[in-house]
Design a protein around this ligand. Structure first.
Ligand code: CMC
Length: 435
């Protein structure tokens, strides 16, 4: 699909009068982009954009975000409609294939995911090398990275069938790998997946059942989990997705690329925020301390931030947070937990922050992670597991974006340039003469 327009932007280098016409591209929606690929060749100039605040790194047909309006579309469909009317695997199919599945396609996809949910039995032994108190994200990173050693029959990245098999394997096995990390931390036996259950039910089953007593998964909690997975499935070129694309741009195998995405997601400014929200609530401790922490969050000399607030792209309510808030209420009703002190504290913190001039003027709204942590806690999922659940859902987006990158004829190995500010060329000093 051609995106070029007849419009250009003229860039003039005022120091030597050199000019270049920069072509503009238009996407389906959203701001136009300047195609600066010829800039260095014609002007001997690079651009400088730490954090990529104004840089588009690729073309994509998967997800669109309008951060000012609080809009999130997957393949053109608003997230609100997908969360209301689809299950997670339907959304996964949409992200991977570009269209919502019909009845037969849905049944075939669900069958394929269900049939791939067991992991190679040898992976079972891998876990025993970890300490029981390992962070689940460390385990996840290692086990997913190791999958290339187990499933090397399908890692020809240029073969569309191999790419599809790998995507299905990753999506299918991730719940098993994550639930096993939890079971290992408890010293409990691993629970094998059960094909009669839905994706979300099966995950909760592997997390909470034990061989001598099966936990009946509440339909309300399974639906809430499924919706949380939908809300985290993709979010265009965020840090972890860009990491997956960058790793994949060298031709690395897909399991290694997804492991790189998991590592990037772990940070508290990204997927680690859901865990950080709960840690922050514990740190605040009680409603009467909220004022003190809001003051700290506003203080430039204090590195404390209100976790679960603010977003690089959304300068309006995160549309996912609105759905998450509703899901949070449903879960708390089901579990009769409205009086839980930490949850009350979270609600009061949100109310105070949303009426504070600092947060209003900087357009800092609660993001998806503010509520997801509260829901996970209410469901009995330990704090250290929260970011792994984000990874579980985002595996779909990473896989779709990785495959789109491989198929894009414009894609090259990712190789940013830099503004070098180190020492200029200088004389080598022999060891004995150094001061
Ligand atoms: N608490 C207090 N002040 C904040 C916060 C916050 N949570 N977030 C941003 N600010 C201030 C920041 O100090 C800055 O002020 P000033 O303009 O006076 O320097 C201004 O708002 C803009 O912030 P920024 O850091 O330049 O914005 P960014 O786009 O680089 O960062 C962010 C976005 C999400 C990293 C940041 O808002 C943040 O650290 N939030 C807390 C962590 C969090 O909840 N992360 C989850 C993001 S959503 C899920 C995901 O994508 O993974």
């Amino acid at each position: 699909m051609s995106t070029s327009t007849k419009e250009t932007v003229t860039v003039t280098n005022n120091s030597n009068g050199k000019q270049v016409e920069i072509p503009l591209h238009a996407g389906t929606i959203g701001p136009k982009v300047m195609d600066i690929r010829s800039l260095y060749g014609q002007m001997d100039l690079f651009t400088y954009d730490p954090g990529f605040t104004s840089t588009g790194s690729c073309k994509s047909t998967i997800t669109y975000i309008d951060g000012d309006e609080g809009v999130l579309l997957h393949r053109g469909y608003p997230i609100e409609e997908l969360a209301e009317n689809c299950n997670f695997l339907e959304v996964a199919y949409l992200l991977l294939n570009g269209e919502l599945p019909n009845l037969d396609q849905k049944a075939d996809f669900e069958k394929s995911i269900t049939r791939h949910s067991m992991v190679h039995e040898q992976i079972n032994f891998f876990y025993r090398g970890f300490r029981r108190d390992s962070h689940p994200m460390a385990v996840l990173c290692a086990v997913v990275g190791s999958m290339a050693a187990f499933y090397h029959d399908s890692i020809d990245i240029n073969n569309p069938r191999d790419r599809m098999v790998t995507q299905h394997r990753l999506i299918a096995k991730m719940p098993t790998i994550i639930a096993w990390a939890y079971k290992y931390s408890l010293g409990q036996p691993f629970m094998y997946p059960k094909n009669s259950l839905s994706y979300a039910e099966n995950f909760l089953h592997m997390m909470f059942s034990i061989p001598c007593e099966e936990t009946k998964v509440s339909p309300v909690l399974a639906k809430a989990m499924d919706r949380i997975l939908i809300l985290h499935a993709d979010h265009e070129q965020n840090a972890s997705t860009s990491t997956v694309r960058l790793a994949g741009s060298s031709g690395a195998n897909p399991f290694a690329c997804i492991a790189a995405g998991i590592a990037s997601l772990w940070g508290p400014a990204h997927g680690g925020a859901n865990e950080a929200v709960l840690n922050m609530l514990h740190q605040i401790g009680s409603v009467d301390k909220i004022g003190e922490y809001i003051k700290r969050a506003k203080d430039k000399d204090d590195n404390f931030r209100l976790m679960g607030f603010g977003h690089r792209v959304y300068k309006n309510y995160d549309p996912r947070a609105k759905i998450m808030q509703k899901t949070c209420k449903e879960v708390l009703d089901e579990l009769d937990m409205h009086d839980e002190p930490l949850l009350k504290l979270a609600m009061e913190l949100e109310r105070i922050a949303l009426s504070d001039e600092y947060f209003i003027s900087k357009k800092l709204y609660p993001n998806v992670d503010f509520y997801s942590g509260i829901i996970f806690r209410a469901m009995g999922i330990p704090t250290s597991m929260f970011t792994s659940l984000f990874a579980l859902a985002r595996t779909v987006g990473w896989s779709a974006q990785w495959s789109e990158m491989i198929e894009d004829p414009d894609q090259k190995i990712g190789r940013p340039r830099q503004l070098y500010v180190g020492a200029p060329k200088r004389q080598f000093v022999p060891l004995g003469q150094r001061k």
